[in-house]
Design a protein around this ligand. Sequence first.
Ligand code: NAP
Ligand code: MN
Length: 264
Amino acid sequence: MKFAVTSKGDSKSDKLVDVIKTYLLDFELEYDEEEPDIVISVGGDGTLLYAFHRYSSRLDKTAFVGMHTGHLGFYADWTPDALEKLVIAVAKTSYKPVEYPLLEVVVHYQGEEKATRYLALNESTVKSIEGTFVMDVEIKGEHFERFRGDGLCISTPSGSTAYNKALGGAIVHPSLEAIQLAEMASINNRVFRTVGSPLILPAHHTCVLKPVNGQKFQISVDHLTLLHKEVKSIQYRVADEKIRFARYRSFPFWKRVHDSFISE
Ligand code: NAP
Ligand code: MN
C-alpha cells in the first residue's frame, strides 16, 4: 500500500508526520506523494481540506484519515496519543470505507462556452465585490426567489458544521446525499422577500444562481477564494464523486458534534 502524510506546517504536526512516516516505512509501506492509496493528514480540519484538494483528481483511488494537533476536528478526529494505534491499523488491517457527499460548483461566464468546475468538501460561498449582492435563485429549473443581502452559502453535509453553522444552517448527517443553501443577511421588508430559512436539497436538484446586479463575484470553494468576472451563472448540485475516509474505529458523527460543540 502506498501512503502520503500531509502536515499543517507547525512544528508539532511536522514532528508527528515524521514519526508516522518512519513507522509506516518500517512496516514496509511505500511512501508516494503523487499516487497514494491513503493520505494521513495531521493538523486540523483545514489541513484535511488542503489534502482533499491536492488529491481531488484521484478520489476513487485515495482514502483519507485525519489526526488533530489542536482541537478535535470533524475530519481530523484522531488524537496524537492514538498515533501508534493508528499506524498499526493502517499497516496491518483493512479499513471500513466511509463515503461523504461533495458539492459540485460550475461557474459559467458571459459569452463563453467554457465553464469552470470545482468540488467542495465543506462549502462554496458567493459574495459581491461592489454593491448589493442580488441573485435570482433557481431550483430544479424553476425561479425560486430574488435574493438581496450579503451572500449565499451552499454546503455539504460534512461542511454543515463549519461556515453553514455560523449562518444558522442545520447540521446534516453526512449519510444524507444533500446540499444546503443558507442565507447571509438577507434584506427582508415589504419590497424584498426571501424564504429566510436554510434549504436542504436532495441529490440531482440543481440550484442555479443568476446575477441580477453586477457580474463580479467573490466565490469561495472551501479555503480557496477567487474573484470571478463576467459571471453568467453558478450551478450547484451534489457531485457524482465522493470523498472516502478510512475508518478504523467507530466515532459516530453525532458524537463528534457533541464533543465539538457541547462538551468532551
Ligand atoms: P480556518 O479559518 O482555520 O477555519 C475556521 C474554522 O473552521 C477552524 O476552526 C476549522 O477547524 C473549522 N472547520 C473547518 N472545516 C470544518 C468542518 N467541516 N466542521 C467544523 N469545523 C470546521 O480556515 P480553514 O482551516 O482553511 O478552513 C476553511 C473553512 O473555514 C471554510 O471551509 C469554512 O467552512 C470555514 N469558515 C468559517 C467561517 C465562519 O464560521 N464564520 C468563515 C469563513 C470560513 P481547524 O482549526 O481544525 O482547521
Ligand atoms: Mn484551520
